[in-house]
Design a protein around this ligand. Structure first.
Ligand SMILES: NC(=O)NCCC(=O)O
Ligand SMILES: [Zn+2]
Ligand SMILES: [Zn+2]
Length: 484
């Protein structure tokens, strides 16, 4: 078998920084140390050798709001690799009333085109005995996370009773529930009022989803998860109110993780006040972009560890698709791109500004989520035996982000014109060099499904603690427990 050596670089992991070569064989890391030799050499002089990024939140070819998100698994993962991401986790979305297994089959079919490894979260969009039963079959297929939409009333949204039932099932199975935390009833009511008052433009989207809507839902989901006895992962945490709820829960010993998006960290609400309808509509996503105070809160969360992972929620729509919502902001397909930009933007606005360290960068782009998903150290690590999903990061390489040179298939880029410094020289997916000295040489269909076992360390610990402390009957002399 041929070997590849990454030579002369500095290995950067979530907790260490040291000079070493990395030797790869059969898609795995087989040695780390000085003076290594291989059949093929990749020059990493002046570069950092880091675990490839894991994006835990994408929607590729997602049927949504009367259309499909425009980037499929090929274009999405090609963009990811171009920006240093070597694994994506997409959401399998059965329609309400549809079997989870048939929903999964559809995503299996689409993901066959992926250029890097991938996994799925399963969405719970309705509740029944069938869903309860199929959740077990889903975990046996290597999926240990279940997503719940608290928003999108009338389509994907589940109510508290359904969420509580599903969370309890997650606990039995050792799985982790995820939530899109926005109060869908309030959003629907506020949207109707705004439209009736003539607020039909894209800014209406932001007005209909203030931060309280997110803070309330986040806190509610945390409390429901605590009563069900499961950990909770809150996707796209965008504001202080939601972060506050997560922070408070963490300090109280609850097992909760928050996931800010690169868009919320670096783009703000002023985008919605642009005079150009297309400009504003292209940035419509849920939750919407927030103000600088909320952004500061998210950055502080990454630095302090109260927020855990930076994702993209990559869900790209063309301008033509966005125009479905001319005259009614509730019809603008929600979503933005970011797969190619996540790592360079976070490096530029996080590491280069001193908001986070290089090791924290690795933690929040890769290692933390690998641990949460229970795939560490196969993924998210530079260790002997780990998959050779690596990025050789050139901290001096710069570019200006532009739709003209992007991998995504859409006609604009929400980060257009941003100058980034810090880009991959090489990106390796299980040893295959998909980005070669900046050239994109991805292989469609190369990606493999990554199965994830349930009952990861946190689920196990919390389950043990909840079993120890659960309510018990008090034995009383002369009173039978059965009441007979
Ligand atoms: N975030 C967004 O606006 N679109 C994708 C679906 C979701 O995650 O809510
Ligand atoms: Zn969402
Ligand atoms: Zn999403």
């Amino acid at each position: 078998m041929t070997t590849t050596v990454i030579k002369g670089g500095t290995v950067v992991t979530a907790d260490l920084t040291y000079k070493a070569d990395v030797l790869i064989e059969g898609g795995k890391i087989v040695d780390i140390g000085p003076g290594l030799k291989g059949d093929k050499t990749l020059d990493a002089e002046g570069c950092y050798v880091m675990p490839g990024g894991i994006d835990p939140h994408t929607h590729l070819s997602m049927p949504f709001m009367g259309t499909y998100s425009a980037d499929d698994f090929e274009a999405g993962t090609r963009g990811g690799l171009a920006g240093g991401t070597t694994m994506v986790v997409d959401f399998a979305l059965p329609n309400p009333g549809e079997s989870l297994l048939s929903g999964l089959q559809k995503w299996d079919n689409k993901a066959g085109r992926a250029c890097c490894d991938y996994s799925f979260h399963m969405a719970i969009t309705w509740w029944s005995e069938q869903v309860f039963d199929e959740m077990k079959a889903i975990t046996e297929r290597g999926i240990n996370t279940f997503k719940h939409f608290m928003a999108y009333k009338g389509s994907l949204m589940v109510n508290d009773e359904e969420m509580f039932a599903s969370f309890k099932r997650c606990r039995e199975l050792g799985a982790i529930p995820l939530v899109h935390a926005e109060n869908g009833d309030i959003v629907a009511s506020m949207s109707a009022k705004l439209l009736a008052e003539g607020n039909t433009g894209p800014e209406g989207h932001a007005y209909s989803r203030p931060s309280q809507v997110e803070g309330e839902a986040t806190n509610r989901a945390i409390m429901i998860a605590d009563m069900a006895g499961v950990p909770l992962y809150v996707v796209h945490t965008s504001c202080e109110e939601s972060h506050e709820a997560i922070r408070r829960a963490k300090l109280a010993g609850k097992r909760v993780w928050g996931e800010p998006l690169i868009q919320h960290l670096t783009l703000d609400e002023s985008e919605y006040f642009d005079k150009d309808w297309d400009h504003s509509a292209r940035r419509v996503m849920s939750p919407p972009f927030r103000n600088k105070q909320h952004q500061d809160s998210l950055w502080a969360g990454l630095a302090s560890g109260t927020l855990s992972c930076v994702a993209t929620d990559h869900c790209a729509f063309t301008t033509e698709q966005k125009r479905y919502g001319v005259g009614d902001f509730t019809k603008i397909p929600n979503g933005t791109g970011g797969l190619e930009e996540r790592m360079p933007m976070l490096w530029t606005y996080g590491v280069r500004t001193g908001r986070i360290t290089m090791n924290e960068f690795v933690a929040v782009t890769s290692t933390n989520i690998a641990k949460i998903l229970n795939v560490y150290p196969k993924k998210g690590a530079v260790l002997i035996g780990a998959d050779a999903d690596l990025v050789v990061w050139d901290p001096e390489k710069s570019k200006t982000i532009s739709a003209k040179s992007q991998q995504s298939s859409i006609d604009y880029n929400v980060f257009e014109g941003k100058e980034v410094t810090g880009l991959p020289r090489y990106t390796l997916t299980r040893g295959f060099v998909a980005v070669n000295d900046g050239a994109i040489e991805t292989r469609e269909g190369y990606g493999e499904f990554v199965a994830r076992d349930p009952m990861g360390p946190v689920s196990k610990a919390l389950s043990t603690w909840k079993a120890l402390t659960e309510p018990r009957p008090i034995p009383r002399a002369g009173i039978p427990a059965s009441g007979v």
